[in-house]
Write a protein that binds this ligand. Structure first.
Ligand code: TRP
Length: 330
């Protein structure tokens, strides 16, 4: 394998990443970094604007915090490139060119588009940019000509459009500028589908998240209030660990979870004990991330992002020159 480049990103719609984001995506990036891939870890602020254009300053502030979370999670800026999408102007430029050659029908049938469009309400309120979301994502990817793109399964339709646009571009302009890339969807999908504290999907809008940047006390407080087996009122009542948030976290973070689950089922352990042990293992897990986060203040992250934008621009500008050349734009 000569090309060991990997690109991925997350939108800066929220200021903080939660442990579900970590298990579903970031953890995978850190593994790939350890395997020696050249990681490009992007914060997609332009994508966040598709739904948050009225709060553009917030999107930009969030982007800094997300970048800190990348570092906290173990992305090492001396190895990997950490950057903000809008800092690399080539994303905007290629998005415009790709939007000229992408058939509308490809975009209108994307499931994530249909959902978001409905959330926005009337067509008058739906921004033009929302439809182009997968085109912009394609740009993010193709500018870096990566070997692969690690994402959650929900992103597969976007990645497919990306490879289709690559093929279409090459055919239209008679040059193999872009090569197909791999979809790197995590194998351990259980891990990727970590439930929230109330057993629904972990999401900021449900207020059921443990954030990577939560303190030990905040984490303890949240786990204390987490959803357990509703029919287990006292210790001796049998628990159903499959439906209990605390047991789900134990399964992920505790080496002796099987024993703990059995004791829960058998009514020889109470929910209080599980919560206490859960808090310990989760805090243990998050400790190194908290340490690393402490080391990146506002000035440090700006330096990291500036260096990241420079390194990303080098690659993106070279691709952009090839694109102009292939299209005969001069
Ligand atoms: N759409 C992705 C998500 O919501 C975020 C994203 C933007 C992305 N650009 C990307 C992911 C490029 C992978 C590659 O999760």
């Amino acid at each position: 394998m000569t090309n060991k480049r990997i690109l991925s990103g997350m939108r800066s719609t929220n200021p903080r990443l939660h442990i579900g984001n970590y298990e579903g995506a970031l953890r995978n990036w850190v593994d790939l970094q350890a395997q020696g891939f050249d990681m490009f870890c992007m914060v997609a602020d332009l994508h966040a604007l598709t739904t948050m254009y009225e709060n553009s300053r917030e999107v930009s502030d969030n982007a800094r915090e997300i970048a800190k979370d990348y570092i906290a999670a173990g992305i090492d800026p001396s190895k990997s490139v950490v950057f903000i999408q809008s800092h690399v102007r080539e994303h905007s430029e290629l998005h415009l060119l790709f939007s000229m050659m992408t058939p509308l029908g490809w975009l209108e049938r994307v499931p994530t588009y249909k959902e978001k469009k409905d959330d926005m309400g009337a067509a008058e309120r739906e921004p033009y940019g929302l439809l182009g979301y997968p085109v912009l994502q394609t740009v993010d990817i193709l500018l870096y000509k990566p070997y692969g793109v690690p994402v959650g399964r929900d992103q597969a339709p976007h990645l497919e459009i990306g490879n289709d646009i690559a093929i279409r571009f090459n055919r239209l302009y008679g040059k193999e500028v872009f090569q197909p890339y791999k979809y790197m969807i995590p194998e351990d999908e259980n891990r990727a589908k970590l439930p929230g504290l109330d057993m629904r999907k972990m999401s900021k809008s449900y207020d059921n998240c443990i954030y990577l940047s939560d303190s030990e006390d905040e984490t303890a407080e949240k786990i204390k209030k987490a959803f357990t087996t509703p029919t287990k009122l006292k210790k001796t009542d049998p628990g159903i660990p499959e439906g209990c948030a605390v047991c789900q976290y134990l399964k992920l973070y505790s080496p002796n979870w099987e024993e703990q689950w059995q004791e829960d089922r058998d009514g020889i352990r109470g929910c209080m004990q599980s919560k206490k042990e859960c808090t310990e293992v989760v805090n243990e897990y998050l400790r190194p991330m908290r340490e690393r986060r402490k080391a990146v203040d506002d000035a440090t992250i700006e330096d990291i992002l500036e260096d990241g934008a420079r390194r990303a621009t080098e690659v993106a500008a070279a691709t952009m020159a090839e694109v102009r050349e292939a299209m005969g734009l001069r």
